[in-house]
Design a protein around this ligand. Sequence first.
Ligand code: NAD
Length: 465
Amino acid sequence: MAGYDVVIIGGGPGGYNAAIRAGQLGLKAACVEMRASLGGTCLNVGCIPSKSLLHASELFELAKDDFVKFGIDVTPQLNLPVMMKQKAESVGQLTKGVEFLFKKNKVEWIKGRGRLAGPGKVEVVAEDGTSSVLETRHVVIATGSEPSPLPGVTVDQQRIVDSTGALDLPETPGHLVVIGAGVIGLELGSVWRRLGAKVTVVEFLDRITPTVDAETAKTFQRSLTKQGITFRLDARVTGATIKNDGVDVTFEPVKGGEPETISADYVLLAIGRRPFTDGLGLDSVGLTTDRRGFIETNRARTAAEGVWAIGDVTYGPMLAHKAEDEAVACIETIAGRAGHVNYEVIPNVIYTFPEVATVGRTEEELKADGVAYKVGKFPFTANSRAKVNHEAEGFVKILADAQTDRILGVHMIGPDVSEMIGEYCVAMEFGGSSEDVARTSHPHPSRSEALRQAAMGVEGWTMQA
Ligand code: NAD
């Protein structure tokens, strides 16, 4: 069999972007993917279907509770099968889109499970059990991650589900217990609360979303609580037992005390994800994983010649766009170009209502590193567009270097901030200062004015009040 320049194992955002970039650069490339469709966790059972349900459930809630504020009286009825069907259709169109891009860029999709089989070799086992060996100059491992398990809580995808099961519940739960107040728990918890479930989130730490700037996370928790989500913080889940048509969840205070049991109709386990390297044949090229299962890399290079790793299997935030950036940089390096990823400017978004969008350093990180910084902050209550839309919750906060004014971090909570953080990503990528943004014209009236006003606030000349 003719050899490849690069074989990519995994067809998620890391793998498919690597494959397409390889095709664009004229490399002979193949992508090995065992799912029935390309796109990995993100397109099939992650970012995309969850955003579909977040949007649909937000519309439902707006119609139910908020249209009346605008003088529109309606009584919406939930049609869950149709909501699920439109989600599946969007997912289908997007995964087909990746397939189309493979064809357009002359990338081969080899269906089956790939594993390293010695230097320069990838074995692929197809669904029918037949196996073949591909010869290649480079291998890119992009096998992603899987939900972390919790002892005592066995996911059956019926009553106790992970993120995949929570996207396909057959009914709105009476009571949904979410284990873990991270991104997945809060996004999918929000979906089912909006559709009518009582939602209780049990979290090990004394705060929600541990990686988010503390002030932002506090405002976020207050908002979700107001919406009806109950938080049980400082609580260690010790077990979940399926009983007839429900689940008993037992947890105990982290700081000691009596255990408590609550009854749920469904339980969502969302305590993080771990790298997926099962059966990957790493030992055949002399590679191992670290204690937590990650493959060690330096600019995507592993310790084995010609073997690269990108995305969730290696270090850094487990985010699709981080995997995409690494994919492009890795392939460009393989092709002899200068691949580069700026890890200081990788945004993070939680697609709830309000949304949370952050990029760069948090105040806590800057304090810990002894960096002198200035803060500019602007609330959406003072933003005319947000106000007339009855969406005035939240704020924009800019952290800038006290000496140079360079933007170090941006933290936003509010309506549609996922669509606004990109402006600051560009500013930071260009090494911009808060004054650069403060002196840039923004359309009036628009929510994006809050970005400028927050930047003006760094030097104390915010104008809208
Ligand atoms: P996470 O790391 O965001 O949050 C997990 C939470 O569970 C943390 O708050 C943690 O303290 C808590 N926890 C851990 N063990 C616990 C226990 N035994 N009992 C109670 N709480 C416990 O993880 P996630 O929400 O599962 O998401 C996994 C990954 O997927 C993340 O890395 C995230 O970046 C990614 N993701 C991103 C998006 C997005 O960008 N919008 C959406 C979904 C998932």
